[in-house]
Design a protein around this ligand. Structure first.
Ligand code: FES
Length: 122
């Protein structure tokens, strides 16, 4: 089971969700299901509008992952991944600080998800 805490200046308070095993969609799907206002457009890693910062909570090392070329390229275009982070992702499978919510699959680890959101939303 994973605790996923969403934080944003556009939300009145933080929201923590409990993602259970077998319910491991993307972060964006989880946010949409609970009507949390992470911006999105394409839903497929092509636009960058769903950019989020991930903080790993607790003492466990973050799960390793192979960042897809698509996500890596979009993060690079957005200026949200450093060459050192790319190197670390490629050689050590260490996730970078920023991710695309539509490309991030929720796993069995506690995380905080921070997003700017759309200030124009009510
Ligand atoms: Fe377009 Fe995630 S919604 S990159």
């Amino acid at each position: 089971m994973a605790n996923v805490t969403f934080k944003s200046p556009v939300m009145a308070k933080d929201v923590t969700l409990y993602a259970v095993a077998g319910d491991r969609g993307t972060l964006l799907a989880l946010a949409k299901e609970h009507k949390l206002p992470i911006p999105f457009d394409c839903g497929d890693g092509n636009c960058g509008s769903c950019l989020v910062e991930i903080k790993h909570l607790g003492t466990n090392k973050p799960y390793g992952l192979a960042l897809t070329e698509k996500e890596k390229e979009m993060l690079r275009q957005l200026g949200k991944i450093t060459p050192a982070e790319i190197e670390n992702a490629e050689t050590n499978d260490m996730p970078p600080r920023y991710r695309l919510a539509c490309q991030y699959f929720v796993r069995d680890e506690d995380i905080a998800v921070i997003f700017a959101g759309d200030e124009t939303l009510p």
